[in-house]
Structure formats: structure tokens, C-alpha cells
Design a protein around this ligand. Sequence first.
Ligand code: ACM
Length: 380
Amino acid sequence: MSETWRVGVLFSQTGVTAAVERTQYNATLLAIEEINASGGVAGKLIEPIAYDPQSVPKNYRKFAETLCDNDRVSVIMGCYMSSTRKAALPLIEARGALLFYPTLYEGFEYSRHCIFTGAAPNQNSVPLVNYVSRNYGNRIFLIGSNYVYPYESNRIISDLFLQAGGEIIDEIYVPLNIGKGGFSKVIDKIKETQPDAIYSTVVGDGISLFYQAFRDAGLDPLTMPITSQSTTEAEIAQMPAGTATGHITAAPYFASLQTDRNREFVAAYRKRFGADSPLTHCAEAAYFQVYLYAQGLERAGNDHLSDLLPHLHDSEYDAPQGRVKIDGTNNHAHLWPRVGKVNEHGQFDIVYDPGIRVPPDPYMLEYRLDQVMPDVVRSR
Ligand code: ACM
């Protein structure tokens, strides 16, 4: 019997998505440190065992194998890009282990071996389409990084905008490792077609380059915002000040959320990692999922999947975004949809917050386009 609860941690410190994954890594450590400071779980401390997969999908698989086979962990916290989850999860399934995945994603997935704590499309794409179509219009230009999340998210967003009476003007994919100047043709197309809004599924370092190119071209977020689910405080911090002002993100959490619980979380995070260190919805999910794991572990008394899982199902926790819950039927989280607009400080003003916790509907079976939009805030 091990002296500690060993937990694998797979977030990239280097590579194209390191900016946001560092926030997930930090938040995971913070939660573990807090739990350990209050005595650990069932008398034992949690011991993180971390590797840097360098934002490369096959490395997530390789390190998941190392964690399961050499380090003998049963639980792994990690993955950002869906391509990295899809690389690691079959290995984790084969070993009978459990992945906690704290990132928004395209939905349409279930695994007994994965707890999804980021938003599914009914919790971010649906409110985003409602907000954008009512405040800006329905003629949408799609731009994404060249991998599975953008393809699938664009498919869902297209369906939703079409249902709202809209039109998809164009759909363009760019390389993950896009360089400076890489967006010039996209910007030309946007200028030529004049959509009402952009929907961006660009991830990683390309986000900063895209928003800078948009601004340098004189395009105006007041009348044509870039809207997204993957642009967070972490990528905004990579941009020159003011670059993202006026653009829109849909997510269950923003660091600017004014609640006592969130102020406490932000203060603890900044004390530990620095006053300027960005905090994101991906970090918040990484944080609360450690607490859900610890609660389940306390009740189960061990971390084997078949013992732990029943104690995770329908478990709840007072997260910084509000009280969250793991759905016992689909392993996804009940979350609090919001829409934020970037202000001049690189933080989000929350422009839509219905105060409703929305159950996960990863296969989009039950959602309604107006489900969580009883009173859209109209503000520019
Ligand atoms: C993502 O690839 N799930 C952002």
C-alpha cells in the first residue's frame, strides 16, 4: 500500500498550448496543496507526478503509459486539446485507469474512464450563438486550428446558427504552429465578406497572432467581434495590451467573477503563482476536479475505478463558478454558462449570466436554442 495517493498530471509546460495548460497545471497543484495542508485524504497526502507532454498528442499517450505502468497511478488529471485526450484516453481505458479532463470540448463522447469537467456544447456553444445572433447578427465566418475540436465545434456552431436563421460565410483552418503573417489571407477574406461575427476555434499561440492581425487590419469588434470558447485570459495576456478589447468568449467561469468564493480562489492562486498570473475557465475546472476526486476518494477509501466512480457520480462541490456536479449518467459536469466581453484590462466583463446551472448534454439530445437565454443582456 502506497504512503500517498499518487496522481498523474499531464499538462504542457512547453509547446503551442502551454500558456493555457500552465494555468491548468498551477490550479491542479494549488488544489492538491490546499487539500494536503488540511490533512490530505483519509490520512494520506496526494502526491502529483507530472510530465511535460510539450503540446504533442503522442507524448500524452506515452506519458499516460509511463504513469500507469511505471508510476502505478490509477488517476490522471490532464489534457487540453481534444487530439491529446484522444491520444491518451484509449491507453488509460486499457489500463483500467481514470482521466479527469478539465477542458471545453466538442462533445459527442462518453467513456467510463473519463470525467469531463469542461463545458460541453450545450453549455457554451448554445449561449454563444444566442448572444451573438441577438446582438451582432447571423452571418458568421468560421476560423479554426487544423484538428478535431475545431472541425467538430464548427459543425455544431454551424447547425446552431443555421437554426437561428443564419448563414455560414466561410470555414477556414490554419496550422497549429502558425507563424506571424499566417493570418493575412484569412483577414483579407474577412474584409471581403464582411460577416456579422467571427467564430474562432483557433487554439494556443495562434490566438494572439489572430487577434493582433485583426486589430492591425482595422477591423472593429464593436460591429464584428471575434467570438470564441477557447480564447481565455491566458492567451489575452500574450497579446499587446488592448488587442482583444471588445471580443467575446462563452465559458462557465471568468476570473473576474464577483463572488466571495471566486475572490477567495483568485487570491489564493495569485498569492501562490504571482499577481499577474492569468486564471482561466480551464484552470478553474482543473482546480475543482481535484476537489471532486478527493471527495470521492475519501468516501471510496481507495482510487480504483470501480470503487471511486460510484462516489463521483452525482457528487457536488462549491466551485469558484458556483456549485458543480458530476452527472451520473454521462460523466460530464453540470456547469454555469456565461458570456464575457474582454475589457481594456484583459479581463472579461460578464455580459450574460442567467444564474442557471445547466446539465451536460454531450450528445445534444435535449438542448433548446433558447434554453438558457430568458433575458439576454443587450450591450455593446
Ligand atoms: C479542445 O481541443 N478541446 C480545446
